[in-house]
Design a protein around this ligand. Structure first.
Ligand code: ADP
Ligand code: MG
Length: 612
């Protein structure tokens, strides 16, 4: 009896992309299969800690590679955990990772196969780059039944009960006609050494009459001496442990000694994963105890703001039978985390000396990293020091807080910032005019997270961190030229206050504007307009809406004109019309939506026509 099943839709699509786009890197299929075999051995070894009988029949864990030139097949076998029927269906017929479906759809629509592969690795499916048919024979450790799985990689797969004595998995590739070179022992040996030397278990090349030969060093890479590890080996281990396809941006290999001993081999990828901000992401480091794999994605080993870091931690000071609950509470794990975080921060500091190099890291992970400023109390100064921002000093270049301080004026004791949706809108915000006039630099912050760390940090190296609406310096400046008459101005602001009482709390005049006739701000100490907008988008607002203030520039010809018109009752409807347009303008400058955009459009057109 056999079950014939179709691949989940995403799998067919993914297979198609993988098979047709990775042509030049075909040989990596072997790395993927060996990587899976190694994971399977890791899993069984871990199970055996609590169920010693399960691994009894296995003996030493190994991976066997058997070419058959006559039949044009290549078999990759392991005596690891194996798969039962459900495993085969769930792991080899569907894409399990959450978010994959959307991503595959997107990538196939935009034709960016490289992205797809970079995000997910190519995994098991890469076998179909070289095979026209794949046959799997597998038995899960501790279970009686064995299973066979067969597929041509196009129309789905067939599962049957089968005969297999020992646990583990045999994956037999029926090679395509023009892929005969994968039965060549010299070529195989070279591929395995290039991509899989770091694998923890012996990879045995089985050459029939010519005998068997272990091809790799079969020792955990992180236990080896740094000087003996090549950059390629580090890179391949990164591919194995992260299942990513890119090059690591940072490789950090260290041994901590002292009250607790552990080794870390950590990587920062060169591009951000698609799920960096997905709440259900499960990421973290792999944990080994004395080279025995314990658990994958141990979140406790790193704080969330470093969730993009990949790699392993191996400690001989942890108990082998450490459970999930223990991981959460263990003071040893907390110590490892602390030490690991400081090493990462130290390394980042080194790398931050090179602007272009560090910018790559910042562009990919900066948004997540900044969360550390409020998440990691103990390290927040350091994280702030390592953070980069756009500022009015040079909108094309990132600046650090230290650089900002080095440019500050002699009396200046505050780092100023403004928040908004994008740099372009922020640069043109009328509220910045006075800062420009006074030569005060302002950080232009555009990530939602910026609303929060700025509040938590409060100050940096004796500089207060303040939103420009909370400025504590006199922003008015001496100016020449005509100013609206006080009495008329008062009438104008009264009129506008009355007209807009639903939209703004107050209408005042200000000495801070130069180019703009009007500007919108909030009462000192209140939530910024940008934050309010963020909360509104998350349906969280209403309760604490800030008081908006509409500020008028009494030196602006338009305001002078309007103020003068207040003397003539007949002009009142016109004044009201223009006042409405001005409020809308102020809102647009803040990135706010205007109440009636068709009215605004009509009126503006009308006034433009009058100019001709
Ligand atoms: P990944 O390794 O990223 O999980 P793959 O496509 O390489 O993705 O493999 C999918 C899944 O199939 C694995 O997670 C594992 O559960 C299962 N699998 C693949 N090869 C083996 C094997 N040799 N032994 C046991 N399970 C395997
Ligand atoms: Mg894999």
């Amino acid at each position: 009896m056999s079950d014939k099943m179709n691949f989940q839709a995403d799998v067919s699509k993914m297979l198609d992309i993988v098979v047709n786009s990775l042509y030049s890197e075909k040989q990596i299929f072997l790395r993927e299969l060996i990587s899976n075999a190694s994971d399977a051995c890791d899993k069984l070894k871990y199970m055996a800690l609590t169920h010693p009988d399960m691994a009894k029949e296995s003996g030493e864990m190994k991976i066997w590679i058997t070419p058959d030139a006559e039949k044009n097949t290549l078999t990759v076998a392991d005596n690891g955990i194996g798969m039962n029927k459900e495993d085969l269906i769930n792991h080899l017929g569907t894409i399990a990772k959450s978010g994959t479906a959307d991503f595959v759809k997107n990538a196939s629509e935009n034709g960016s196969a490289v992205d797809l592969i970079g995000q997910f690795g190519v995994g098991f499916y890469s076998a179909f780059m070289v095979a026209e048919k794949v046959e799997i024979l597998t038995k899960r450790a501790g279970e009686d039944k064995a299973w066979s799985w067969v597929s041509n990689g196009v129309d789905g797969f067939e599962i049957k009960e089968a005969e297999k004595k020992t646990n583990g998995t045999e994956i037999k590739l029926f090679l395509k006609q023009d892929e005969k070179n994968y039965t060549d022992s010299i070529y195989l040996r070279q591929i395995i050494r290039t991509y899989s030397d770091h694998i923890n278990y012996p990879i045995v090349l089985c050459l029939g009459k010519a005998g068997e030969e272990t091809v790799n060093s079969a020792s955990a890479l992180w236990t080896r001496n740094k000087a003996e590890i090549t950059p390629e080996q580090y890179k391949e281990f990164y591919h194995h442990v992260s299942k990513n396809f890119d090059d690591p941006w940072m490789t950090l290999h260290f041994k901590a000694e002292g009250s607790i001993e552990y080794t870390g081999l950590l990587y920062i990828p060169s591009s951000a994963p698609y799920d960096l901000f997905q709440p259900d992401r499960k990421q973290g480091l792999k944990l080994y105890v004395n080279r025995v794999f314990i658990s994958e994605k141990v979140e406790e080993l790193l704080p969330a703001y470093l969730r993009f870091v990949r790699g392993i931690i191996d400690s001989s000071d942890l108990p082998l039978n450490i459970s999930r609950e223990m991981l959460q509470q263990s003071p040893l794990i907390a110590k490892i985390r602390q030490g690991t975080v400081s090493r990462i921060l130290k390394e980042l500091k080194k790398r931050s000396q090179d602007y272009e190099d560090y910018k790559k890291f910042w562009d990919a992970f900066g948004i997540a990293f900044k969360e550390g400023i409020y998440e990691d109390f103990a390290n927040r100064e350091e994280i702030a020091e390592l953070s980069r921002f756009v500022s009015t000093n040079d909108t094309e270049k990132l600046t650090s807080l230290d650089e900002y301080i080095s440019r500050a004026q002699s009396e200046q004791k505050t780092i100023y910032y403004i928040t908004g949706d994008d740099v372009q809108t922020l640069v043109n915000n009328p509220q910045l005019e006075a800062f420009k006039e006074k030569g005060l630099e302002v950080l232009l912050l555009t990530d939602p997270i910026d609303e929060f760390w700025t509040q938590t940090l409060g100050s940096y190296k004796n500089f207060a961190i303040k939103h420009i609406s909370q400025a504590d310096v006199d922003l008015s400046f001496k100016r020449e030229g005509k100013k609206a008459e006080e009495g008329d101005l008062k009438k104008l602001t009264d009129l506008m206050s009355d007209m807009f009482k639903k939209e703004v709390g107050k209408v005042t005049t200000t000495e801070k504007l130069t180019r703009s006739p009007v500007s919108l701000t909030v009462e000192n100490g209140q939530m910024s307009i940008h934050l309010e907008r963020l909360m509104r988008n998350h349906q969280q607002q209403t309760a604490f809406a800030s008081t908006r203030i509409l500020e008028l520039n009494p030196y602006h010809p338009l305001i002078i004109k309007l103020a003068e018109a207040m003397g003539d009752e007949a002009l009142k409807p016109k004044v009201q019309e223009v006042a409405r347009i001005l409020l809308d303008q102020a809102k647009i400058a803040e990135g706010e939506a205007i109440t009636d955009s068709s009215y605004y459009g009509e009126k503006v057109s009308e006034y433009i026509l009058k100019a001709f």
